[in-house]
Design a protein around this ligand. Structure first.
Ligand SMILES: [Zn+2]
Length: 397
């Protein structure tokens, strides 16, 4: 896998390495990085010739088959997103005992807008407890090379920066550790711009998938009227606004000529007010999605298709109304323990008894995740930590 992937990554993204002198010479140690893609760990690995790094990947890749077999073969273990449990910790301890260099993504999942997410608490605890050197790596412009919402990669140059190692002691608080980790791997598209210019060679159909990220019209706020056109344009049928999308994921307004990053537009629509809408026979809801395949998982990794449902996000619950026969499913917001998205379209709601997976296809699972987090604050508002972290401020316009 490494033999195939490494040359491909070099051709596509012409990686440039900065701070080679900070690269660890061997384990046991941790390597941490900002997380935008499935291939992040391979990017970090490109210059480790003697000994490859080891790490954890989300359980989605461990549902059996060839990929699972290959990943296990190179020492990658499965982890559940945003779910503190003992198995991944045990796996990490095993790798550390084998003197491996363990790659960890402290964000817990790929970010959607390029801006590094806050460190999950269990990671900070682990670093503090083990006291091993932690080597931060920043993957600059890597987000732009294949944003999570995009269907196709772009030929954008990626800079891999190795920073001096961090050391933690058991006496430090979890907050201190988290803050140091956050700062060490912080990246945002607008920050990256200043440090390493975006060198785009080619972007194939760069607008495809952008409505997963920009789920409402930035001009009029409507959330059913945006569409892509010919892979290059984003249009709103409600107000007539139009943007051209570049290979660098920047949007140029066709009327005013104003140019902004897709990240800045995403932050703009997240700040818009969210209102209950009247969906006729379905009644008032914040969001409605029709004909979604819904899966249910009870014991570990075994999924069953429940059927197709009309999904409604009500004030206090997610309501699933079956297309055919069968009982409706009600998921009260207060029963939802964690929420995550696999790939870019499978919304996962975990309750005490089971896990529901709503398959959004080309729709925006991100809009549902974001609204759910806003309606039910105990889920945590991961998209925003800008209030206490001024260095990741995204320009507001
Ligand atoms: Zn509009």
């Amino acid at each position: 896998m490494r033999l195939v992937l490494a040359p491909l990554l070099r051709i596509m993204f012409r990686p440039r390495f900065v701070g080679r002198e900070n690269m660890p010479a061997g384990g046991p140690c941790f390597i941490i990085t900002n997380h935008c893609q499935v291939y992040d760990a391979f990017m970090v690995n490109l210059e480790f010739y003697d000994e490859p790094t080891a790490g954890l990947l989300t359980e989605e890749y461990f549902r059996g088959g060839l990929v699972t077999w290959m990943l296990r073969g190179i020492g990658v273990a499965a982890t559940r997103k945003f779910q503190p449990q003992s198995t991944p910790v045990r796996e990490i301890l095993r790798l550390i005992r084998d003197n491996r260099m363990v790659v960890i993504m402290p964000e817990g999942g790929c970010n959607w807008d390029g801006v590094t997410l806050p460190t999950i608490a269990s990671t900070g605890k682990l670093f503090r407890r083990l006291g091993l050197p932690v080597h931060p790596v920043i993957l600059h412009n890597n987000y732009l090379s294949w944003p999570r919402w995009a269907y196709w990669p772009r030929r954008i140059r990626v800079t891999i920066e190795f920073k001096p190692p961090l050391f933690f002691t058991p006496e430090m608080t979890d907050d201190e550790v988290a803050r140091m980790v956050d700062e060490a791997i912080l990246w945002s598209p607008d920050q990256g711009l200043a440090q390493f210019p975006i060198e785009v060679r080619r972007g194939f159909r760069p607008a495809t998938g952008i409505t997963k990220l920009i789920f409402r019209c930035p001009t009029c706020g409507d959330d059913g009227s945006l569409r892509e056109k010919r892979g290059r344009y984003l249009l709103c049928d409600a107000c007539g606004s139009a943007w051209k999308v570049g290979g660098d994921s920047y949007l140029t307004n066709m009327d005013s000529g104003e140019r902004r990053s897709s990240t800045a537009y995403f932050h703009k629509i997240c700040a818009l007010p969210r209102d209950l809408r009247d969906y006729g026979a379905h009644g008032p809801a914040y969001l409605r999605a029709l004909d979604l395949p819904v899966y249910r998982e009870t014991d570990s990794l075994h999924q069953t298709l429940l059927g197709k449902y009309h999904c409604l996000l009500r004030e206090d619950r997610v309501e699933l109304i079956p297309n055919g026969n069968g009982p409706p499913v009600d998921i009260p917001l207060e029963d939802i323990q964690t929420i995550s998205i696999e790939r870019s379209y499978k919304l996962q709601l975990r309750t005490e008894e089971c896990l529901y997976q709503l398959n959004f296809g080309p729709g925006s699972a991100l809009q549902w995740e974001y609204y759910l987090r806003c309606l039910h604050p105990p889920l945590g508002n991961m998209l925003y930590r800008r209030e206490n972290n001024p260095c990741v401020a995204v320009p507001v316009f």
